[in-house]
Design a protein around this ligand. Structure first.
Ligand code: ADP
Ligand code: C5P
Ligand code: MG
Length: 322
C-alpha cells in the first residue's frame, strides 16, 4: 500500500499523458543508441590516411632523406587501417539483429525495481484471443457482474491516435492498419496511466485505499509487452483466453466492419492481424500456460454460452467474492 502512495506522489497526471510525450525523446535516443557504433565512427581508410597526412605535414621531414623512406610508413598505416576496418565490418555483419527490449530499463526507460501495483492490492486479468474472438463482448458482461474496470489496449491506442498533439498518432495509425504490434512502451504507458486514473478517480489519495480489478483486454500481444507490464506495472493473476477459429473470427470481423468504422476491419487488414496473432501473440499464451495461469474458453458458441462458461472458470480461479 505504501508503494501505491509513493508511486502516486511522483506520478504525472494521467489525462494529459506527459510521460508519453517524454517517450518520444526516448525513442529518438534509443534508435541512436541502438547502433553499436553510434558513439564512435569506425575508422575508414580514407579518414586514417587524412589524419596521418595531417600529422606528417606538421613536422619537417629530415633533410636529405630519400623518397622511399618518406612513404613506406604511410603505406603500412593504410594497410593496417584497411585490415582493421574490414574486421569491424565483418564483426558487424555477424552480430545478431537487435530485438525489441524485454525488460524495463532498456530503450532508456527508467529502471523500475518493483511494479507500480502489488498483486495484493490490484487484480489484473489479461483477456486474450484472436481478433474478433469476442473479448470486448465478454468483458462488457464481466464489468456488469463483477465490477471490473475494462481497459482495452486497442481502444486506448485508438484514443491516443486521435488525441490532438499526440506524437504517436501517425505511428499508431500505421501499425493498426497493418495489424502490427505497436512498440510496447507506448501501450504499457497508456495502460498504466489508465489504471492510475481509475484508482484515483474518487479523489486525491483515494488510490491508496482502493482494491483495483482490471480486465486488460487485447494485451499482452507480444512477449516483450508481457514482461514489461508484469515487471513495471502489475503481475497478472490469470489469463482468460477466448479460443475461436479464424473462419468464425473473420465472419464476425467483416460483419463488425459494416458499422465499426475501424480501419482494420477489412479483408486485407484482417489477414495481417491473423498472421500477427499466430506468429507473435500465441507465444504469449503459451508462455502464461507454462505458469499455469491460462483459462481457455471455447468462444465459438453463442455469446450467452461463452459467458456462462467464462463466469464458471473465472470464479474457479479467483473465487466467488473476489
Ligand atoms: P474482439 O474484442 O475479440 O475483437 P468483439 O467482442 O468486438 O471481439 O466481437 C467481434 C464481433 O463479433 C462483434 O461484432 C460482436 O458483436 C460479435 N460477437 C462477439 N461474440 C460473439 C459470439 N459468441 N458469437 C457471434 N458473434 C459474436
Ligand atoms: O484489440 P484490438 O483488435 O482493438 O487491437 C487493434 C490493434 O491495436 C491491433 O491489431 C494492433 O495493431 C494494436 N494493438 C497493439 N498492441 C496491443 C493491442 C492492440 O499493438 N496490445
Ligand atoms: Mg476488442
Amino acid at each position: 500500500m505504501q508503494r501505491l502512495l509513493w508511486r502516486q506522489a511522483s506520478r504525472p497526471s494521467a489525462s494529459s499523458s506527459p510521460s508519453l510525450s517524454s517517450l518520444a525523446g526516448r525513442f529518438q535516443r534509443a534508435s541512436y543508441a541502438s547502433s553499436p557504433f553510434a558513439a564512435r565512427a569506425a575508422p575508414t581508410p580514407s579518414r586514417l590516411a587524412t589524419r596521418t597526412a595531417r600529422r606528417s605535414y606538421s613536422s619537417e621531414p629530415p633533410k636529405g632523406s630519400s623518397s622511399s623512406i618518406k612513404f613506406w610508413p604511410f603505406l603500412v598505416i593504410i594497410a593496417l587501417g584497411t585490415g582493421g576496418y574490414a574486421m569491424v565490418v565483418k564483426q558487424r555483419a555477424e552480430m545478431p539483429a537487435i530485438d525489441a527490449p524485454k525488460k524495463a530499463g532498456e530503450l532508456g526507460a527508467p529502471v523500475k525495481s518493483t511494479p507500480t501495483f502489488s498483486a495484493d492490492d490490484v487484480t489484473v486479468v489479461f483477456v486474450l484471443g484472436g481478433p474478433g474472438a469476442g473479448k470486448g463482448t465478454q468483458c462488457a458482461n464481466l464489468v456488469k457482474d463483477y465490477g471490473f474496470t475494462h481497459l482495452s489496449a486497442g481502444d486506448l491506442l485508438r484514443a491516443e491516435q486521435e488525441r490532438p498533439g499526440s506524437q504517436f498518432g501517425e505511428m499508431i495509425k500505421d501499425y493498426i492498419k497493418n495489424g502490427l504490434i505497436v512498440p510496447m512502451e507506448v501501450t504499457v504507458q497508456l495502460l498504466e496511466n489508465a489504471m492510475v486514473a481509475d484508482l484515483d478517480k474518487t479523489g486525491k489519495g483515494a488510490i491508496a485505499g482502493r482494491k483495483g480489478k482490471f480486465l486488460i483486454d487485447g494485451f499482452p500481444r507480444k512477449l516483450d509487452q508481457a514482461h514489461k507490464f508484469e515487471d513495471a506495472v502489475c503481475p497478472a493473476k490469470m489469463v482468460l483466453f477466448f479460443d475461436c477459429s479464424e473462419k468464425e473470427m473473420e465472419a464476425r470481423l467483416l460483419n463488425r466492419g459494416k458499422t465499426s468504422g475501424r480501419s482494420d476491419d477489412n479483408a486485407d487488414s484482417i489477414r495481417k492481424r491473423f498472421r500477427t496473432f499466430v506468429e507473435t501473440s500465441m507465444p504469449v499464451v503459451d508462455y502464461f500456460e507454462t505458469q499455469g495461469k491460462v483459462v481457455k474458453v471455447n468462444a465459438e458458441r453463442s455469446p450467452v454460452e461463452v459467458y456462462k462458461d467464462t463466469q464458471k472458470r473465472l470464479e474457479g480461479v479467483l473465487g466467488k467474492g473476489f
